[in-house]
Design a protein around this ligand. Structure first.
Ligand code: PLP
Length: 374
């Protein structure tokens, strides 16, 4: 029986054509295709008053977003422990201290009531995560940030296309970061982006992305390099190449199709599992959600048994996440109580979800979960 992987890329002859066309141009580094990818991200998200900087990973996007937001050594940044460790590493890369907060039981996003007591005069930013593409308490985060003058860098890596009140993540707010890594809905093999409103921060980000060089970005967008330049700040080598961007362009052309196909699978999963005792399914009809993963909760300590049951049926599963306060390198960070995080971390289970997932795979996952005794 064919194993069903948790993730599967949806690339075809279209991606291959974009790649070979990009190779034929003879300029494989950052260039015009990088700019085209940025323009397409902007168009898809409906950006009107903000700009996009494509990067080589989502992690590097977070890092330079923090630096551009003015985060520096000695500052503190609050983020959930129930998050991917990329955020915590990016905070440390910016020289700041990681402060971890618990999550809410309903949307598995940051619990603002528990975040507020963590704020000190060193706290300068907050990084909320929209887990699995479902919105966190964004209004609560914005109001906390306003009250304490914090920057908000939204980790929207799981929600490329998710909308709140009809507006897509990234099209408003402070700073937003996305990832286009190999398993994301839109992939550029590896890649990411920062979306920012201020022109000053936009040009700072361009320099931060490219070794602090002041005017190379505009030249490279024309598939050539500036030979006369100055270095005016620190900088990193975080730019996205034409080759990677060409994969991203091929993918973003199909993003609506990908999202719709994933929503259909998530709804089929919810319909099939909603009456099964011992499971807690995502509380959404997915209409405004761009679902990166389908994560449900297995109650009563039965998760490992369900994993074994599905493994026997050749259905792979994932776990998002091991809370970051459990990792050695981050165990000493200041944090709130982790009551919900610790409970949820023992319950979450990620089922296979692919763009244009084979119907046979969907049926087998559903049959696997519904045949689990209990
Ligand atoms: C929630 C979250 N934040 C950050 C990242 C980092 O993105 P990247 O893998 O593109 O560096 C990921 C990637 O998996 C993620 O899931």
């Amino acid at each position: 029986m064919e194993r069903i992987p948790v993730f599967a890329p949806c690339t075809g002859i279209d991606t291959l054509k974009h790649l070979t066309d990009a190779l034929d141009v003879g300029w494989i580094g950052m260039g015009a295709t990088t700019k085209e990818f940025e323009d397409r991200i902007s168009a898809f998200l409906g950006l009107t008053d903000r700009q996009v900087i494509a990067t080589n990973t989502g992690t590097s996007a977070l890092h330079i977003a923090l630096v551009a937001a003015g985060i520096k050594p000695g500052d503190e940044v609050i983020t959930p422990s129930f998050n991917y460790v990329a955020d915590h590493q990016a905070i440390r890369m910016a020289g700041a201290e990681v402060v971890m907060c618990d999550i809410r039981d309903d949307n598995l996003g940051i619990d603002c009531a528990k975040a507020e007591p963590l704020v000190t005069n060193k706290t300068k930013a907050i990084i909320p995560l929209h887990f699995a593409g479902l919105p966190c308490d964004q209004a609560g985060v914005f109001s906390l940030a306003k009250k304490h003058k914090l920057r908000v860098i939204e980790d929207s890596m799981h929600g490329f296309g998710t909308a709140i009140d009809g507006r897509k993540l990234g099209s408003y707010g402070d700073i937003t970061c996305f990832s286009f890594d190999p398993v994301k809905i839109v992939t550029s093999i590896d890649g990411g982006c920062v979306i920012v409103a201020s022109d000053q921060e936009f040009s700072n980000l361009q320099r931060l992305r490219l070794l602090g060089v002041d005017k190379d970005t505009t030249e490279r967008y024309k598939n050539r390099r500036a030979w006369d330049y100055d270095v005016v700040s620190e900088g990193f080598r975080y730019h996205l190449t034409n080759i990677m961007a060409s994969v991203g362009v091929s993918q973003i052309k199909r993003v609506e199709e990908f999202i719709a196909s994933r929503q259909r699978v998530c709804r089929a999963y919810n319909d099939a599992f909603c009456k099964k005792p011992g499971l807690k399914i995502p509380q959404t009809d997915f209409s405004d959600v761009s679902p990166f993963i389908y994560s449900l909760r297995v109650l009563d300590g039965r998760r490992e048994a369900l994993i074994a049951h599905l493994q026997n049926l050749a259905v792979d599963v994932g776990i998002h996440f091991i809370p970051v306060h459990k990792h050695t390198y981050f165990a000493q960070c200041r944090r709130s109580d982790m009551t919900v995080t610790d409970k949820v971390a023992a319950e979450v289970l990620t089922l296979p979800l692919h763009s244009n997932m084979k119907p046979e795979f969907v049926e087998r996952v559903i049959a696997g979960v519904t045949s689990f005794p209990g």
